[in-house]
Write a protein that binds this ligand. Structure first.
Ligand code: B1M
Length: 210
């Protein structure tokens, strides 16, 4: 098995020590940190998702795999964020009200930071008012809303409506993403952009501020 496959297996098996050792050896071997994420950590988590859906894995196991994945992410994060990139602007990012998923959001943040954006992370289960307040306080150019549940896609729509009512959408662009979200849904609720993954989110933000 390749190092990437071993890393994915360590995530699936919630083997934090394994993730740590393999990631360290890949970093020391000069492997591109983005590949470590895209070809090792994420594929491992994707398998966890499939097994969770099939009822072959349960919530505590999924959380432990998520924790193992985070160990790897935390190790490669400083390497990706490194470099003297000029700030492209400020992005306020959060997972919408009712939704506790943050692994994808954190990856998006990491990619944005590596692309030179300053990111204000509001965390998970974020009420619409908190987004409004943060945009004003930090003079953000972009707001990013993440949702992983079909039910919380409604909260995404409600958050966008609140941002609109408060006049915030006149000066910021709102982008949306997360597994159940699509370009069609983004168009329906009037978002300025949709990105299917973290790398695409960074591209989208670059395009929106240019
Ligand atoms: Co949850 N969960 N979960 N879960 N969970 C899903 C999402 C689910 C699809 C699993 C399934 O049934 N197959 C399902 C949703 C079904 C649906 O609504 N259609 C589900 C469910 C049902 C639930 C609970 C309701 C389970 C329960 O309690 N009965 C519960 C809800 C809790 C809540 O939020 N209120 C729940 C809980 C959990 C855990 C806490 C156990 C854990 C979350 C841990 C954490 O995030 N800290 C968890 C996990 C880990 C998952 C799965 C297995 C993996 C999600 C993940 O991290 N993927 C997930 C199944 C799956 O998606 N395969 C599942 C890896 C991550 C890198 O991908 O988040 O998609 P993703 O992010 C991507 C893109 O979507 C995109 O970029 C990212 C990187 O490329 N992206 C953006 C994300 N946000 C973006 C924002 C952008 C742009 C792009 O711009 C702003």
């Amino acid at each position: 098995m390749s190092d990437f496959q071993n890393l994915a297996q360590a995530v699936i098996g919630a083997n934090q020590q394994g993730v740590k050792e393999i990631t360290r050896s890949m970093i020391d071997g000069g492997v591109d940190p983005v590949r470590i994420i895209n070809e090792g950590l994420i594929p491992g988590m994707n398998v966890v998702g499939v097994r969770f859906k099939a009822g072959d894995m349960f919530v505590p196991e999924v959380m432990m795999s998520a924790k193992a994945m985070s160990v790897g992410i935390e190790m490669v994060k400083p390497l990706i964020a490194e470099g003297d990139m000029p700030s492209q602007g400020t992005v306020v990012m959060g997972t919408v009200k009712g939704d506790l998923h943050d692994i994808g959001k954190n990856l998006v943040i990491m990619m944005l930071e590596s692309a030179g954006f300053k990111v204000i992370d509001l965390g998970v289960d974020v009420p619409a008012d908190t987004f409004v307040k943060a945009v004003k306080e930090h003079r953000a150019q972009i707001v990013g809303l993440s949702a992983l549940l079909t039910t919380t896609m409604l909260a995404m729509k409600a958050t966008l409506e609140t941002l609109r009512q408060e006049g915030v959408t006149d000066r910021v662009k709102v982008i949306v993403g997360g597994a159940p979200v699509s370009q069609e849904f983004a168009d329906q609720i009037g978002a300025d952009g949709y990105a299917p993954d973290a790398a695409a989110a960074a591209e989208l933000c670059r395009a929106l501020v240019s």
